[in-house]
Design a protein around this ligand. Sequence first.
Ligand code: NAP
Length: 466
Amino acid sequence: MSQPGSETNPLRVAIIGAGPTGFYTADHLFKQKDVVVEVDMFDRLPTPFGLVRLGVAPDHQKIKSVTKAFNRTAGRPKFRFYGYVELGKDIMLEDLRRHYHQIIYTTGAQSDRKMGIPGEDLPGSHPATEFVAWYNGHPDYRDYRFDLSQESVAVVGIGNVAMDVARILSSAPEELAKTDIADYALEALSQSAIKEIYILGRRGPAQAKFTNPEIKELGELADADISVLPEEAKLDSLSKAALEAGQDRAMMKNVEILQEYASREPAGKRRKLTMRFLVSPVELIGNEEDGVTAMRLVRNELYATEAGTLRPRATDQFEEISVGLVFRSVGYRGKPLPGVPFNDSWGVILNQTGRVLNPDTQQPVVGEYTAGWIKRGPSGVIGTNKPDALETVTCMLKDLAKGLTLTPADPAVEAVEKLVQERQPNFFSYADWLKLDEIEVARGKELGRPRLKFTCVEDMLAALGR
Ligand code: NAP
């Protein structure tokens, strides 16, 4: 048999995870000219696009238009999609090794980080990631419940996910009704009693992780006034010096926007968004029966590490805020995949520039790769995953050139198709997804919405007449 990569013996690649990184990987593989590649993409969900469908906020439709490019990739004749097929359940690593020359894991970060404080697991305290998955109609989260009868809520963290969560909580029902938010979430949020939303940053305005458009949006909501305490909007001397030295325009703009918020008079809107800086939750107060009733905060000060980073340090000043609902938005975290080496402290697959490493020898595992958040951690915007995927694809092609691939016993396309049929007869092909997509868009159109999502697998199957 010739070296894989020819017309008669194409390089067979399995991509595990149909999020943006999976599609960028497929695109990079198809775009190079010297190697004939066949890509099979697997996802445990019936629908593709990962966080673009289930993470990007429903009122950020423009960001979702990246799926047009993904559809073009999926339209390549040598691309196949196997949705609703889970690695470790429906298909095993041994199966992949039997059918593919290379395997690449692009499963993203499917879990969340914890704050590590007492009371964190009380009823009413949730990871923001679960709330995001719920309002976006993720089938695994549609039955979750969040007590929106509370009047006061805290969002911990000042990254873009915290901005999304705070914005969705404070949006007017008419604003949400124009989006593709899950129908049950639209109904629940329309009846929400929430009046006060705290957003809590452990460092100062110059260390916020949110980006300019996201913080600006919070100041433009129909139903909520934003406020920042003037004393917290003011920069301390370390931040001022760091900002001047770094000349980071985006950060400067963040500070400018926050200082403008600090000078605003409330317009008497229905809800109040209060951004706090230099405070860390140290305890959630409450009990199993009533859930969270309050949060104890410590005031922080900043200090410079040896590397020059400004970190928070607790002072001896404490305060309590009354809240009945808490969303910790302190970062996503990767989940290990069965049989795949994992770096538990970083929450990523053990790898070097995308080559999966054997934990004992620290040498690459032949034929196994990773890209995206499960490779480098949950950072950057969707497009950041494009160069990241390219780095891994470059390693894959270099290894191929050296003959370092798996040697599958049965690389035939038909063999995989047959295996999937046996293990998961209800699998979704890309054509199935395109049909669902069309139905969702048509259902949405009737309501003046971009789409009305299917949020449970049974409904998706029924819509396809199965
Ligand atoms: P992130 O940007 O890393 O923000 C995490 C936030 O949590 C930071 O403010 C961090 O503070 C804080 N934090 C961490 N541990 C904490 C603790 N123990 N107590 C209090 N605060 C704590 O993460 P993310 O918001 O989950 O977003 C993930 C990625 O997705 C980011 O790259 C983000 O830009 C991207 N994203 C983009 C968009 C968009 O483009 N519209 C939307 C959503 C997400 P420190 O800075 O002090 O660590």
